[in-house]
Design a protein around this ligand. Sequence first.
Ligand SMILES: [Zn+2]
Ligand SMILES: [Zn+2]
Length: 373
Amino acid sequence: MQKPPLIITNILIFTLTGLIALVGVPVYAFFNGFDGFEIFVCVFLIYFSGMSITAGYHRLWSHKTYQANSLVRAVLAIGGAMALQNSILHWCSDHRVHHRFVDKNDKDPYSAKQGFWFSHIGWMLRHYQSERYDDYSNCKDLQKDKIVMWQHNYYIPIVLATNFGIPMFLGWLNGDVFGMLLLAGVFRLVAVHHATFFINSLAHIWGKQPYTDSNTARDNGLLAFFTFGEGYHNYHHIFEYDYRNGIKWWQFDPTKWLIYGLSLIGWTKNLRRCPEERIEKAKLAMIMQRTQQRFSAKKEADEMLAKLQREYDVLIAKMGEYYAAKKRLIECKQNSLKQSYENLELAYKYKELKQSMLLQKQKWLAMHELSFA
Ligand SMILES: [Zn+2]
Ligand SMILES: [Zn+2]
């Protein structure tokens, strides 16, 4: 089958900026060096443009995991244009198709099933999606956002102003326009490009699948470090409306911290989280499924699997009771019945249910260990 025609502009941009970042920047560093201010601006703009993609393009506009005021939206729209990954409208349209048809080679624009190269950058080098290029029918909601449409209509001027204007101005202040343009302009652009591209490639290839194996997405803490928290991609693909990707407080997800931080001053609101109960159940179901797959071929395993299933059902029931009690307790506390007898009773029951659920979980997990021994 003949491949679609090449997109020369994209090839030139990726090749030229890549070469300058790989060769030009080290050569300039060797002969002239970069000063502290240049390095600071570069790192700052990596975070600014990179997180405009993750917090803005991705979690705000593609998935609507929270709401933001116009100032936040305008800043994210400008930072996103600086990252040079097409307009919000276009990016989100592609991304919604990616989630809906993940891994389906004929529909997912950057299907990981087509290999590392294709999902990383290859998909942008040829007219693979030309028939639906201008079709934004899956983003009707975004077309009502004035800032989204402003950015879409003035995309090129905003790209030029941010990518050349900001580094050149700061370079002029610092007394070296060319050096700043190389480091905070080109090197920064290439770094953020590939960090984002890794989410489509590596985050669908390398890592664990604790929540679902119905698609190729993986959780990878190391990758999260280089992708502003987006490395927890297995979680993201199953619970895409959650504003967090790393759900544990210690998981590196600066995008989540930014969104949460802005909510404290009221600039973002209605941050959506998946209920803990559903997350826990997805994890348990995954463990159960893996054991079943492993033993499905062996006849003598039937009895053991049945036993595991029985204990699993008990665990799920206990978990349901525990989370119901937790919810009631939180409601009671919110209604400021703190000292009431009912509340004490509830708190006691809650602790008891938690203990019993955890014991059952331990027992069930130990049975898995034994069955693998
Ligand atoms: Zn997504
Ligand atoms: Zn994905």
